[in-house]
Design a protein around this ligand. Structure first.
Ligand SMILES: Nc1ncnc2c1ncn2[C@@H]1O[C@H](COP(=O)(O)OP(=O)(O)OP(=O)(O)O)[C@@H](O)[C@H]1O
Length: 588
């Protein structure tokens, strides 16, 4: 029952709805006491041969009246409680989703997509069930059980009632023993579902790689192993769960046996009438549902309890990035002052960045080049405030990046990551994703800047063409250029292209870079690239190696240094003349 306490905040918030629901139930249950008693009275009247037509109509009218009251109040009760459950679902869903959006990168490394999806679907459903069918069953069984037992005492005989209820404590004992085993088993079952979800998600999104490498059979084997483990755990749940119903049947059987023996004796000694015994047996029939319902209730409650713990464990995780209470929203200009003495990824031992210092005035362009894994993206991640735990200071405008709200900071930066993601919607909405109020002209202007407009004109429905999973298949270069348009449309103070032109040809790259130079006056640009032609016009280029700046200067200065940059430039020029893709060369 701990889950009711855990959800106390919600029941308090929705108390009017739940009180109204419980009052409806009380009315329904009181109306439910009428039929057994009326049947007993009619039986006695028939037995005594006193049943007139008038009396028959009166009692049958009462039966009908009770049925109508029950109908209305049950409708009201269910409506109230299910409405409450839907409110809880909405609240938890938005809390969880808001939490996902606030969390930092390390959170998404710890929890994979399938696991997060399981929390947002299976676990939330289980919790929602507590606020719906759990509460419904709990109060229905207590009120139906309680009012029936009182009616048995008042209308029939209190001794017979007490004796008939002797087997009841067995129900409480079995509920307690099986309940705690169910809680543990449900926890395992939900975790197994998360693993299964993870595996499914990974296999489906990696299906091309799996097939290309001929690993389909191995993947099916892996999948089956996880399915088998999940089924084993669920079997355990069903085994425990299915013990409830036979135990309840046994208790009900015992109650009937005691009633027939002791009640029969009370009738023969004329302590109660035959009609009263019939009413009593009928009342036991009314008790059967609440008794079975308790078994079902434990299922709902323990499942919800295990899920609540899982969801709250997730919600309890704090982002490493904390906003200051007096953080400001407004980013004035894109001057960047970047001074990081050292940075190590959380949970990593090796330092990823050392002594990275640069100042970039608004309107200037910085180029970042270097080998694979040199630290270029890491430099950008700190600017985007994905991590705070570095030794140093990064300023944009006159303020430290930590003094801005995340929303304020990030909405002023247009970031195009290496692995871009497109949503399953139209080309237009993908481009204006960050500001849906942009009109067609603005969308087209961003598309033209990133040299994708012509391609879009060639799509079957132009800007209305669907992309993403259900839409048109785009080439790597088209995806990159769409992602660039998405970043450009907000006219960001700072534009970051993180190897975002790797899949476009050199001519298109040059066209895009020329457009950027012409259109982004007083706005800052950072380009990380393996292809040096992508940064050659930058105001300053940093060559990064093993997390340090090893060379710096303009393209001409770097060529005269005759170091890594100059060597790479010569190789890439040669490769370009020979018609070999030069982008990968920098990846050595
Ligand atoms: N989240 C992380 N946790 C721990 N280490 C990380 C993380 N992300 C990157 N690294 C490590 O930091 C180093 C720098 O990686 P980074 O992605 O910055 O390189 P890069 O220069 O951008 O490489 P590439 O050109 O291939 O994109 C690498 O050794 C990488 O393994």
């Amino acid at each position: 029952m701990g889950i009711f306490k855990k959800l106390g905040w919600f029941f308090k918030q929705e108390k009017k709805r739940y009180i109204a629901g419980i009052l409806f139930l009380l009315v329904a249950d009181i109306a439910g006491l009428v039929p057994p008693r009326v049947i007993g009275i009619l039986a006695d009247l028939m037995n005594d041969r006193k049943l007139s037509l008038n009396l028959l109509f009166t009692w049958v009218g009462l039966l009908l009246g009770a049925a109508i009251v029950q109908y209305i109040s049950r409708y009201g009760w269910r409506n109230m409680i299910w409405g409450g459950a839907a409110t809880l679902e909405r609240e938890l869903r938005s809390r969880l989703f808001g939490h996902f959006l606030k969390m930092d990168e390390t959170f998404f490394q710890r929890h994979r997509t399938g696991d997060l999806m399981a929390h947002a679907t299976n676990d939330l459903n289980a919790i929602q069930n507590v606020a719906g069918s759990g509460i419904l069953t709990f109060f229905d069984s207590i009120l139906t059980g309680g009012t029936t037992i009182i009616a048995m005492m008042i209308f029939v005989d209190w001794r017979l009632t007490l004796v008939a209820l002797i087997p009841m404590p067995l129900l409480a004992v079995s509920a307690r023993v099986l309940g705690s085993r169910l809680h543990r088993a449900f926890g395992e079952s939900q975790a197994a579902f998360s693993r299964l979800n993870d595996k499914t998600q990974e296999s489906v999104s990696g299906i091309k790689v799996i097939k290309t490498f001929g690993q389909a059979d191995e993947d099916i084997d892996d999948f089956e192993k996880i399915v088998d483990r999940t089924i084993d755990i669920n079997r355990k749940v069903y085994r425990i769960d299915s013990l409830f119903d036979p135990t309840t049947s046994l208790i009900i059987g015992l109650t009937y046996a005691i009633t027939i023996i002791y009640g029969g004796w009370l009738v023969t000694t004329s302590t109660i009438t035959l009609g009263q015994l019939i009413s009593f047996v009928s009342y036991i029939g009314t008790l059967v549902w609440p008794m079975f319902a308790i078994g079902r209730l434990f299922n709902v409650i323990e499942r919800g309890n295990a899920s609540y713990d899982r969801v709250y464990e997730l919600l309890g995780e704090k982002s490493l990035i904390k906003e200051k209470s007096n953080a400001t929203d407004h980013l004035i200009a894109g001057d960047i002052s970047y001074h990081v003495a050292s940075f190590t990824y959380p949970d990593d031992e090796e330092t990823s960045l050392r002594q990275i210092d640069f100042d970039l005035g608004a309107g200037k362009t910085l180029g970042l080049v270097g080998r694979v894994g040199a630290g270029k993206t890491t430099i950008l991640k700190l600017l985007l405030r994905e991590f705070d735990n570095y030794d140093g200071e990064i300023k944009i405008g006159v303020k430290n990046v930590k003094d801005y709200t995340l929303e304020g900071l990030l909405s002023s930066i247009g970031y195009v990551p290496q692995d871009n993601f497109l949503f399953s919607t139209t080309v237009r909405d993908n481009i204006r994703f960050a500001s849906m109020d942009k009109d067609q002209d603005e969308v087209e202007s961003a598309a033209k800047q990133s040299a994708i407009h012509e391609d879009i004109q060639g799509f079957s429905r132009q800007y209305d063409t669907l992309v993403g999973e259900k839409g048109v298949s785009l080439s790597g270069g088209q995806k990159q250029r769409l992602a660039i348009s998405r970043a450009l449309i907000t006219l960001p103070e700072i534009l970051i292209l993180d190897d975002a032109l790797s899949a476009v040809d050199a001519k298109t790259e040059a066209e895009i870079l020329t457009n950027l130079k012409a259109d982004r006056h007083q706005k800052t640009t950072i380009i990380s690239s393996h292809r040096l032609s992508g940064v050659m016009n930058a105001d300053e280029i940093l060559v990064i190696d093993e997390g340090r700046i090893v060379e710096r200067g303009t393209h001409e200065q770097l060529l005269t240094l005759n170091g890594w940059y100059a060597e790479m430039w010569r190789r890439q020029q040669l490769a370009a003349q020979l018609g070999v893709g030069g982008a990968e060369d920098g990846a050595e």
